[in-house]
Write a protein that binds this ligand. Structure first.
Ligand code: PEP
Ligand code: MN
Length: 338
């Protein structure tokens, strides 16, 4: 259930509501918006409880039940939207943020080159996997800690943030030392043990939609992390599996307006995995931003024809620079910046 406090309600009144919720068996999550404090009570649904009992309490503006299965991810919990602030970069605000880099970390020179391309084009975050979920056990599995060191060094050199994938909970302590954002890949979206562990840490999470996951399932996965108290989540539409074979996945552009309505969490688009072919990446990047995406994550490599993984969907440097130019124009058209 959601209790919205009146504007400027004193702390004592907020505490009185929290105490009552706790007394009823709810776990209380607090969201402090620009003007209102919102309290989300998560726990056993009690049909006999009457929201009016809370609405008569001092300092309470309104109270209602959340009927959707995801409570903390629900937009009602934070109507104004969540803006993540990560070392000076805001995600979910007016500016469209771009994360870019190769699929995999291959060498120090490759990542240094990628960081330069990414920073020069005006993007804020470098991506690159050091732990790679591959469909085949015989494919390259990533450089591990060496790859993380390479990422951190290049990112610091060019003033970028690092996003990189976490594949299981044993990797979390290591990743905390090197990354600014931990990516949960599509294949792990419903790895509930991993999600629970990520709820315990205080580091932003990029949660990618599973290849056959509904939007509601994506939000329930986010709920696992939120319910542990980690509120810094970015959702990512990265294409879903359909009967279409012309593209690797079908990039669900309608997910952006749907998610922006259902949740307060920032949502970004991955048109690289979303299409699987580099010529379709820039049009879909434009479409994502036009549809309301808060950012993009794309694959770019100085020599994609020789990339170890995902070369076919990886932009050439000049395509990436052109994408950034076009995205800035689209962002302006929809009242944003990029
Ligand atoms: C990736 O980002 O390289 C990746 C493996 O993405 P996804 O989990 O969306 O397939
Ligand atoms: Mn990839």
């Amino acid at each position: 259930m959601i209790v919205v406090m009146q504007e400027g309600a004193p702390e004592a009144q907020v505490q009185a509501v929290i105490n009552r919720l706790v007394g009823m068996g709810f776990t209380v999550h607090r969201s402090t918006g620009v003007s209102h404090t919102v309290l989300g009570g998560v726990g056993p649904v009690d049909d006999s409880f009457d929201p009016a009992d809370f609405e008569v309490m001092d300092g309470v503006k309104e109270c209602h039940r959340i009927v959707s299965p995801y409570k903390l991810a629900n937009r009602h919990f934070k109507p104004g939207g969540t803006i993540l602030k990560i070392r000076g970069v805001e995600i979910g605000g007016n500016k469209v943020v771009t994360m870019a880099g190769p699929c995999s970390v291959e060498t120090g020179e490759q990542i240094e080159c990628a960081a330069q391309i990414v920073a020069n084009a005006g993007a804020q975050v470098i991506r690159g996997g050091a732990f790679k979920p591959r469909s085949s056990p015989y494919s390259f599995q990533g450089l591990g800690e060496e790859g993380l060191k390479i990422m951190r060094r290049a990112a610091d050199h060019h003033g970028l943030l690092v996003v990189t994938e976490v594949m299981d909970q044993t990797q979390i302590p290591l990743l905390l030392d090197y990354a600014d954002i931990l990516q949960v890949g599509a294949r792990n979206m419903q790895n509930f043990n991993l999600l629970r562990e990520l709820g315990r840490i205080r580091k932003p999470i990029l949660l990618k939609r599973g290849i056959s996951a509904t939007i509601e399932e994506l939000l329930l996965s986010a709920e696992y992390i939120l319910s542990g108290g980690n509120y810094e989540i970015i959702l990512c539409e990265r294409g879903i599996r359909t009967f279409e074979t012309q593209t690797r996945n079908t990039f669900d552009v309608s997910a952006f307006p749907v998610l922006k309505r259902l949740t307060h969490l920032p949502v970004i688009g991955d048109p690289s995995h979303g299409t699987g072919k580099r010529d379709y990446v820039v049009p879909m990047a434009r479409a994502a931003v036009a549809a309301g995406a808060d950012g993009l994550i794309v694959e770019v490599h100085h020599d994609p024809d020789h990339a170890i993984s995902d070369g076919a969907q990886t932009l050439r440097p000049e395509q990436f620079t052109e994408m950034m130019r076009q995205v800035r124009a689209i962002a302006r058209a929809v009242g944003r910046t990029a």
